[in-house]
Design a protein around this ligand. Structure first.
Ligand SMILES: NC(=O)c1ccc[n+]([C@@H]2O[C@H](COP(=O)([O-])OP(=O)(O)OC[C@H]3O[C@@H](n4cnc5c(N)ncnc54)[C@H](OP(=O)(O)O)[C@@H]3O)[C@@H](O)[C@H]2O)c1
Length: 288
């Protein structure tokens, strides 16, 4: 049996949807049953567990062989995901597949608490004895949901990245498709770290795709990192998250998300990665 921890999130719900398409009915580990019903459907096998509560995780993972983990990021992420790992080991699970950050973000001395968190989780995972697989997706196309109000109301995107800097985005549905296939047959993937993206583009071209699909001009406006930091603080975000997002802006500018690698999607999912055009067409209602 397969379990998805963080099943109501962007990536988690994509993994669940793909697994169901492939004929599986995974255990969806969630903290909010109403949200699970809304985003996963009433027939999803939802089990409630809070990441801080190892006992609830142990109960949720009983009888599970393979666990997919994507829990978002926060300063407690290492403790939370270690709880998942310990619960998986106790339940006798054989495989754990996790979504990590990009190579430029993760490390023992990473600038962001999130990069250090992913590193700590992976150190523990590698020595745990479980059959692990690490996924390192590119920058999410779904991050542009945060620009939806600006696109809708003001016809612009405002970000700190140069408009012509190469960026290899990924749609989280591709991460879902890849994760689901690995979960269906994990053994050949054990001990592997997959870095994967869609085709390289840039924010100027992405704004052009929004213009064409939405039928109105969407301008790309580059803000400074200082302006971005002030805007994020103005939205009431916690300091650690503002610092993380500013760090991501800096890493992006240095080319940390510029390397394309479409091979894992092409060879494991056996199709081309989703394009920015497909993404905007599929989520047109969010932006218009
Ligand atoms: N954004 C990017 O461009 C990017 C690029 C590469 C890698 N990543 C990595 O991708 C991950 C984020 O993926 P995502 O956007 O799919 O995540 P997400 O949408 O934030 O989903 C997180 C999931 O974890 C659940 N969760 C959070 N705290 C919990 C708690 N205390 N107890 C139980 N469940 C809890 C959430 O539940 P609720 O739905 O109830 O909130 C949700 O289901 C991060 O690790 C990030 O570093 C992001």
């Amino acid at each position: 049996m397969i379990a998805v921890v963080g099943a109501t999130g962007n990536t988690g719900r994509a993994v669940v949807k793909e697994l169901r398409r492939l004929g599986q009915n995974p255990v969806c580990v969630v903290r909010n049953v109403e949200k699970a019903r809304e985003v996963l459907g009433a027939d999803a096998k939802a089990v409630v567990a809070e990441l801080a509560d190892r006992t609830s995780l142990e109960k949720a993972l009983q009888g599970v062989t393979s666990v997919f983990v994507v829990t978002g990021h926060n300063p407690q992420m290492a403790e939370q995901q270690n709880n998942v790992l310990e619960a998986a080991l106790k339940a006798g699970a054989k495989y754990l597949v996790r979504v990590s950050g990009g190579r430029a973000v993760v490390g023992p001395n990473a600038e962001s608490v999130v990069g250090r968190g992913h590193h700590a989780i992976e150190e523990r995972l590698r020595e745990s004895g479980i059959g692990w697989v690490i996924l390192r997706p590119g920058l999410f196309m779904q991050n542009t949901f945060a620009q939806a109000a600006l696109i809708k109301n003001d016809g612009k995107m405002v970000l700190p990245t140069p408009k012509d800097l190469p960026i290899a985005f990924i749609d989280v549905r591709d991460t879902g498709a890849l994760g689901a296939r690995i979960l269906m047959d994990p053994a050949p993937h054990v001990g592997k770290t997959y870095e994967f993206t869609g085709k390289t583009t840039n924010y100027g071209e992405f704004a052009g795709v929004f213009s064409e699909v939405l039928g109105k001009k969407i301008n790309y406006v580059q803000a400074t990192l200082e302006q971005t930091e002030q805007a994020l603080k103005g939205r009431g975000m916690p300091d650690w998250l503002v610092a993380h997002l500013v760090t991501i802006g800096r890493i992006t500018e240095r080319g940390g998300f510029s390397t394309e690698n479409t091979e894992p999607i092409r060879t494991i999912v056996k199709r081309e990665p989703i394009t920015t055009r497909q993404f905007v067409e599929d989520f047109r209602s969010v932006f218009s």
